[in-house]
Design a binder for this molecule. Structure first.
Ligand code: NAD
Length: 245
């Protein structure tokens, strides 16, 4: 049975990724910093932003995953992220640390630590980046910088880890989750317009992102590495020209 380690497994897109992988016959090991009962897969409660400390709790976490994985990891899906939206003038050192540790460095530390298990399975790493890696908005400096760097990390690791391990990224646009709705708190009209603005007339459902992650993780994408797939309902091709959309 193939095994997948999926971070952010209690969140909107993460849950869908876990469910889609489960349906495909994977053994799913989920990780999240929030505890959530009743999920149909193993969920380890752990804050991945601390992985760079390389202390005893990291070792305990790595060995727990290693034991559950049982000697091979077919897929690592780096999906957990934080999104802090602030004007550049208000960004603190702590904001940078939490953002880069979670969105960029945790994917690296997880990949590095599990190299032997990924290699044993001729496995695949899937990084969930964002449309903000290439197109962004005001007050998204922290998030868009972290996601742009995650795409660069994807390309660089794809070369370093070839030919044994493939590394690819998914760039979702607006997807209906808590993270997205939090960004539109108090602005229901903005949320409605967001859907309308996509050429497909709506935002994505979480499973539409999860299915692309599954494709990149498995044998159907066997000749892809260092590649980036936009899953954006066409919005990435839109020139915003006020008055004429
Ligand atoms: N929702 C969108 O519109 C959208 C668009 C583009 C990209 N994305 C990306 O998709 C991924 C999933 O986002 P989502 O919308 O499902 O968000 P979400 O907030 O619903 O889920 C994110 C999950 O990650 C977990 N998490 C955050 N920090 C963590 C940490 N330090 N350790 C362990 N777990 C941690 C959270 O607890 C949460 O369960 C993220 O990488 C996000 O950047 C989302």
């Amino acid at each position: 049975m193939p095994t997948a380690l999926i971070t952010g497994a209690a969140g909107g897109i993460g849950r869908s990724i876990c469910e889609v992988f489960l349906r495909e016959g994977y053994k799913v090991i989920g990780v999240d910093c929030r505890e959530t009962a009743g999920l149909p897969y193993e969920l380890i409660k752990y804050d991945i932003s601390t992985l760079g400390r390389a202390d005893a709790s990291c070792d305990e976490f790595f060995s727990k995953v290693g034991t559950l994985a049982g000697g091979r990891l077919d897929s690592l899906v780096n999906n957990a992220a934080v999104q802090i939206i602030k004007p550049a003038g208000d960004i603190s050192r702590a904001d940078w640390e939490i953002t880069l540790n979670t969105n960029l460095l945790a994917p690296f530390w997880l990949t590095q630590r599990f190299l032997p298990l990924l290699k044993a399975a001729k496995g695949s790493v899937v990084n969930i980046a964002s449309i903000h890696a290439s197109l962004t908005k005001k007050e998204f400096t922290l998030y868009s910088t972290s996601k742009g760097a995650l795409v660069s990390l994807t390309r660089a690791l794809a070369l370093d880890l070839a030919p044994d391990i493939r590394v690819n990224a998914v760039l979702p646009a607006a997807t209906d989750t808590e993270m997205l709705r939090d960004g539109f708190k108090g602005d229901p009209e903005g949320f409605r317009q967001l859907g309308e603005y996509h050429p497909l007339g709506r935002i994505a459902q979480t499973e539409e992102i999860a299915r692309v992650a599954l494709f990149l993780a498995g044998p159907q994408s066997s000749f892809m590495t260092g590649n980036v797939i936009n899953v954006d309902g066409g919005i990435g091709g839109c020139l915003h020209d006020p008055g004429r959309n």
